[in-house]
Design a protein around this ligand. Sequence first.
Ligand code: NAD
Ligand code: RM4
Length: 255
Amino acid sequence: MTKLLEGKTVLITGASGGIGRAAAIGAAQHGADVAINYAGNDAGAESAVAEIEALGQRAIAVKGDVAEPETAQDFIARAVEAFGKVDVFVNNAGICPFHAFLDMPVDTFERTMRVNLHGAYYMVQAAANQMVKQGHGGAIIAVSSISALVGGEYQTHYTPTKAGVHSLMQSAAIALGKHGIRCNSVLPGTILTDINKEDLADEAKRKYMEGRVPLGRLGQPEDLAGPIVFLASDLAQYVTGAALLVDGGAFVNLQ
Ligand code: NAD
Ligand code: RM4
């Protein structure tokens, strides 16, 4: 296999499980050293590190809540201490506590904004500052969502954060182009992870969501690894400000 990220250092938030972990493993399979941020799942973080090391790459796990601005500074500093540089930053950490609109608790709304959007802002800014200091460009990828483009009855707090992250990549692509830093989003459809385990435990909802997908199945975290590695790699050297749907065709499936 041609290794697309040989010699690169890749940082990923929220990577003890789900899409972040799959992206971390995918990056390591392509020759990258990987630093992962994670919130609370020590066992998941340790096993991700072990899996990356088993692939012959270096890995560190740094615990921290992305909603806190200091977490971003700490994550970047620890990665630089371990690997000397940051070539790729993947903003992945996110939450979606499904809840109705009319009685959305203030705390749920604010926490979702802080983790998904404020957290992305602090992290992307800190990673970009490090890349600018290094002076040899870089790649930033945000895990946005199909939900940046379409709504969800129980996601009125969440979909604006995913649209926000997508928009952040567009503006950052402009702000950072002069530094050779590319900024893109991936827009996953419905991927089977912990974030929607409870929601999709409802058989009728799961069947409905599956039925919307022309490729005939819901996604697996590994479905995101290839697109993220591609956008991180030099194969995408002229791609910036773009958004790549990774949804089995769900978005275009009107009838
Ligand atoms: P997941 O719950 O498996 O992963 C989310 C990760 O983020 C977890 O590792 C969690 O610990 C971490 N996290 C949560 N809050 C954090 C915080 N405050 N600080 C640091 N880390 C934190 O779910 P996932 O589906 O892998 O989600 C990853 C990203 O993908 C999210 O941004 C989500 O919005 C996005 N996404 C998921 C889907 C899907 O259908 N699963 C679709 C589109 C977009
Ligand atoms: C995604 C999309 C999926 C949902 C997850 C939680 O952005 O809306 O359908 O399951 O979020």
